[in-house]
Design a binder for this molecule. Structure first.
Ligand code: NDP
Length: 295
């Protein structure tokens, strides 16, 4: 029978663990981790994410410093704010919500975050550490979505070593770090992308598929080997007709109905990878705090 990987539940367990950990760190140090959340402008989706991240952080005992800046904020002004957060003692993690307005260079801003406070794990130094480290060490700041995927994979209790893993997508925030994490688990990793030839057959050889593409239901049931494990990162909004009415529906990059007949385990969309991303942001903030105050 196919296992439905319950991201909501796994994320809740991680948040519970973090809450306990933060409590004991408070007893030990007299301090709690601090997370600065910086949002520029009012993109509706960003506001939803920021609200969810803030709420979850407060629930586990992280202090949140909210910096909601107007759309007209200049790059220089934003860099100045990041600089002051870099120097603020009670801020352990800095999150700059993407996308930034077009007049601001995202990479310059992300690179300006002190690597020790890089809650998203996107700073070149942390990307380099992830690539060099031989294990997924507990003190590394690792991009949240792929780390969440790894936690879900490990939770299945399957030996990942030697498995053929295909990661579809090579973005800096999901595909590439996912491939690094799987490589450290001794998987044989293939990264597929928009130029990959005969992607269907590449996928058919996979024991594990992580799909991070952004194309609704691209991975079909007949691309999947019997009993493969499927992690669907994609979040796509499509319109479907129900009772003569067009309604919005969230779907992943995998055709869930067909895939769940063949896979041994699969994440749903929504309720799979999504909740793990926020939980791993809180984990990174706690790690940054421990690195500074305890290690
Ligand atoms: P990007 O757009 O940055 O990357 C998409 C990748 O998919 C690219 O590497 C691209 O290849 C590849 N691709 C595009 N078309 C094809 C194709 N036809 N065949 C094979 N590969 C293809 O997206 P992200 O990595 O940021 O996000 C991917 C998805 O994951 C999105 O749906 C996003 O919303 C979702 N997401 C979900 C998160 C969560 O918390 N659940 C967090 C982050 C993202 P190429 O490089 O050649 O262009």
């Amino acid at each position: 029978m196919t296992t439905l990987i319950n991201g909501k539940e796994i994320a809740q367990n991680l948040r519970n663990e973090l809450k306990q950990k933060i409590n004991s760190l408070k007893t030990k140090t007299g301090k709690v981790p601090g997370l600065a959340v910086v949002q520029v402008g009012d993109v509706a989706a960003s506001s939803v994410y920021v609200k969810a991240k803030t709420k979850s952080a407060i629930e586990v005992g992280i202090e949140v410093f909210d910096h909601h800046l107007p759309e007209e904020t200049t790059e220089a002004e934003l860099l100045q704010i990041v600089d002051s957060l870099n120097n603020q003692d009670n801020v352990n993690g800095i999150l700059v919500q993407l996308p930034l307005p077009k007049h601001i260079n995202e990479q310059i801003v992300l690179d300006s975050i002190h690597p020790d406070k890089d809650a998203d794990g996107f700073h070149p130094l942390n990307v380099g550490k992830l690539s060099i480290a031989s294990h997924n060490d507990d003190n590394l700041l690792i991009p949240c979505t792929p780390y969440g995927c790894l936690i879900m994979l490990k939770g299945l209790g399957v030996d990942l070593s030697g498995k053929n893993a295909v990661v579809i997508g090579r973005s800096n925030i999901v595909g590439k770090p996912m491939a690094q994490l799987l490589l450290k688990e001794s998987c044989t990793v293939t990264i597929a992308h928009s130029r990959t030839k005969d992607i269907e057959n590449v996928c058919k050889k996979a024991d594990i598929i992580v799909a991070a593409v952004g194309r609704p239901e691209m991975v079909k049931g007949n691309w999947i080997k019997k009993d493969a494990i499927i992690i669907d990162v994609g979040i796509n909004r499509i319109e479907v007709e129900t009772n003569g009415e067009l309604k919005n529906k969230l779907v992943g990059d995998v055709d869930f109905n067909d895939a769940s007949e063949i896979a041994s385990a699969i994440t749903p969309v929504p309720g799979g990878v999504g909740p793990m991303t926020i939980a791993c942001l809180l984990r990174n903030t706690t790690i940054a705090f421990e690195n500074k105050e305890v290690r």
